[in-house]
Design a protein around this ligand. Structure first.
Ligand code: NAD
Length: 497
């Protein structure tokens, strides 16, 4: 059985702990590996190495750090097929989708190559007579990232290239469901010339995470995952005096206005609801049909959902792969059962799908509910599978209120031809990322990614300018060169003039 270990201080490191977790190929349902789960001792070792490496790495000129990042970017491009296949083999998503997610991660690496420009501070000459003042941004120290299963390359890449380019060292704790990609990225970073100890990967579960949250030498925590765990991480990290950004779950609404180009909206929704089998934090899981558009929308969607091509991720014909684990499949199927019990109309039922030759794979077909009500649990809770709920509302204002009243605030979209409606929507909506005739409004690397409400705990979004702010602290220096006679002592608050 293939055993996945940790990557500490520049090499694959066998853990002290004997605890393991199973890794499956979701397409076949077979176990392919087991991953070692780090104990507190493993975490402490990684932190010690990262702390040691920080001294030199943080003092390296930013341009020299950027050269290593640039080489890393080239190596990711060269190895993109292998990394993509690792994503497919442990997550299950289809090859082109996996490749797209790697590219979105790569864009953050590209952005990080230009970080020297963003580390520049501000300078004011003569704030008092012969007194100058300037600010600089300095790295924090040892930072840690804890990431979810659904983007095994992209989400870690929102974090560690940014932190490391800013001069920090980093410990990544990827999802225990698909950890291989992180180990591969660590090996490539070393090949690019990254000094040992700057980037470390510890695999593990809650015990590993808790060891990171309580280690006094870890100064900042970046987290992406479900809302209950995000809240736990936020509270525990803050209690242990760490800087923290914790991104949580989502229930993204796509508002369909009666004046929209319906074919465009339906195609957009299909990709946004069923792409990656709905296992995306920016998946559109609620379609809000405004006014008379409901019947037409549901009819068009139903035809497309019924003909979705479900299959293994490496099959070029597959549009949607399996779910990540058997447990997750059962959870999603349970939500479909629940929706029926709650009285929603199941227009397309993807349960009980069987694929010849892949009978043990974790597959579910696309599911479509109509007449979903805001009191139902299938509306309120995140399902994280290929299940789209249609909610019908009277008018635009009701649609806006519906979106704003939901506890999550990650992403949303509106389809309309009316510029004023689009603009009003963008202004009034209480959501972090908004699309106007764009189904999945994921910001590019040089903007920042993050939701509102219970989709983000903490105050800084990830990557882009907010990422630089998160991974650096500000220092402001005021200076004067001595000349001539010493000035008398002053006992009042100094006023520089
Ligand atoms: P999860 O919360 O179960 O796990 C995320 C990470 O936390 C993993 O590394 C896991 O090992 C760790 N973890 C799990 N339970 C823990 C516990 N009790 N204590 C400490 N650590 C724990 O999430 P998941 O199932 O891997 O990923 C899916 C979730 O992530 C969805 O809710 C999705 O919306 C969310 N997500 C959000 C974003 C975003 O940007 N907001 C992006 C991707 C995924």
């Amino acid at each position: 059985m293939n055993s996945i270990e940790h990557f500490i201080n520049g090499k694959i490191t066998k853990g002290f702990s004997k605890k393991t977790s199973k890794i499956f190929n979701p397409a076949t349902g077979e176990q392919t590996a087991e991953v070692n789960l780090a104990s507190k001792n493993d975490v402490d070792l990684a932190v010690e190495k990262a702390k040691h490496a920080f001294t030199d790495w943080s003092r390296k000129p930013p341009a020299q750090r950027a050269r290593v990042i640039f080489k890393f970017k080239e190596l990711i491009e060269k190895n993109s097929d292998e990394i993509t296949k690792l994503i497919v083999s442990e997550h299950g998503k289809v090859y082109e989708d996996a490749k797209g997610s790697l590219t979105r991660g790569l864009e953050v690496v590209e952005f990080a190559c230009g970080i020297p420009h963003l580390l520049k501070g501000e300078f004011s000459e003569n704030v008092g007579t012969d007194v100058d003042s300037w600010s600089i941004r300095q790295p924090l120290g040892v930072c840690a990232g804890i990431t979810p299963f659904n983007f095994p390359a992209m989400v870690p890449m929102w974090m560690f290239p940014m932190a490391i380019a800013c001069g920090n060292t980093f410990i990544l704790k990827p999802s225990e469901k698909d950890p291989s990609c992180s180990i591969k990225l660590a090996q490539l970073f070393k090949e690019a010339g990254l000094p040992d100890g700057v980037f470390n990967v510890v695999n593990g579960d809650k015990e590993t995470v808790d060891a990171l949250l309580t280690n006094k030498d870890v100064v900042a925590i970046s987290f992406v995952g479900s809302t209950p765990i995000a809240k736990y991480i936020y509270e525990k990290a803050a209690k242990n005096e760490k800087r923290v950004q914790a991104l949580g779950g989502a229930k993204n609404h796509c508002v369909i206005m009666p004046d929209c180009d319906l074919d465009q909206a339906v195609n957009g929704l299909m990709g946004a609801a069923y792409g990656s089998a709905g296992e995306r934090c920016m998946a559109q899981s609620v379609a809000v049909a405004v006014g008379k558009i409901g019947n037409q929308l549901v009819n068009k969607l139903a035809k497309k959902v019924e003909s979705l091509k479900v299959g293994p991720g490496l099959d070029k014909n597959s549009e949607m792969g399996p779910l990540v684990t058997k447990q997750h499949l059962e959870k999603v199927e349970g939500y479909v059962d629940l929706g029926v019990q709650e009285g929603a109309k199941l227009v397309v039922d993807g349960r009980n799908i069987k694929l010849q030759g892949y009978e043990k794979g974790f597959y579910i077909g696309g599911c479509l509910f109509d007449n979903v009500d805001k009191k139902m649990r299938i509306y309120k809770e995140e399902i994280f599978g290929p299940v789209l709920s249609v909610v019908r509302v009277r008018d635009f204002e009701t649609a806006v209120n519906l979106v704003n009243e939901h506890e999550f605030g990650n992403g949303t979209s509106i389809y309309t031809r009316d510029g004023d409606v689009g603009r009003t929507f963008a202004t009034k909506i209480k959501i972090g990322m908004v699309g106007i005739n764009i189904p999945i409004p994921v910001p590019v690397a040089y903007h920042s990614f993050g939701g509102w409400k219970r989709s983000l705990f903490g105050d800084q979004h990830m990557h882009g300018p907010e990422g630089v702010r998160f991974y650096t602290k500000l220092k402001t220096i005021t200076s004067k060169w001595p000349k001539g006679i010493a000035s008398d002592p002053e006992f009042v608050m100094p006023i520089l003039n």
